[in-house]
Design a protein around this ligand. Sequence first.
Ligand code: GDP
Length: 306
Amino acid sequence: MPSRVDSQLVEALLRGERRALARALSLVESSAEEDRDAATELLEALHPHRVEARRIGITGSPGVGKSTLIEAWGTKMAEAGHKLAVLAVDPSSRKSGGSILGDKTRMPKLSNHANVVVRPSPSRTALGGATTSMRESIVVCEAAGFDTIIVETVGVGQSESEVADMVDLFVLLVLPNAGDEVQGIKRGIMEMADVVLVTKTDVDNQRAQLAVATYKSALRLMLPSQPEWESPVVGVSAYDGSGLDVFVKTIDAYFATERQPLVAQRRALQRRMWFDSAVREHVVSSVLSAPDVRERLTTHQSRNRR
Ligand code: GDP
């Protein structure tokens, strides 16, 4: 069977050309049947060329300051010479019919930086589909030479754990009003966080420091997000830049050479989980698309409606 991989696309992508990157990302995001095979072949062609990047997940409820933080911190990283890809998962976009996450207008400075690509969440995809294409987008960005990949997600139920399962470091942003906030944040999400950032410390620093202390003691009562790592709580302000250096140092400490075996272990576990869920997804979709199953399902559904 002749290969459908567009070798020019692969070469242009490996050279880091922007248009090729946009085309490749659109291909892996597409849910059209005819694009799936081409996307799979493209990923196979890219696989040997990718250098694994630092994958960082950012989550927190709307308004907590995710995009403002990514803009401030990302610009710092890009100016230090890092190549940064910001990808977004927005499970709610299916309902609203559009996406705000990762929108370029939310990160104007960052999205215009030569070292950065900001990719808005593909809209109208099911959550499962969105996360599968996200994993594939990560591979495309790694092959294109990005060394840091930021996956932004809105804090809606299932999406956090799916994102936590595809990144090396999962960062939870929380507001600086600890008392009520800490009660409202689900324990499961706190336990997934490798770093907790208390945002907007410029508004009321004293209150923010109190929030930092409260989150620290709350975390002490919980299971660690992973072995040999104590999730730090850091106060940050995207406005005055305070705490951003500490955040950058925390990330460096996490990816330090001596921790590499632990990072590799986490990735191996994630690959196994990914493989299992891909197999399950495939089995379910082939069973459901079999004509006799479809017929029986339709009969069953119409009977239930009566
Ligand atoms: P997102 O929905 O989590 O992406 O939140 P945004 O980044 O859009 O921020 C929500 C609001 O908080 C906006 O009005 C921002 O200007 C404001 N904001 C974000 N970061 C800070 C900060 O560090 N300090 C202050 N004072 N306001 C901030």
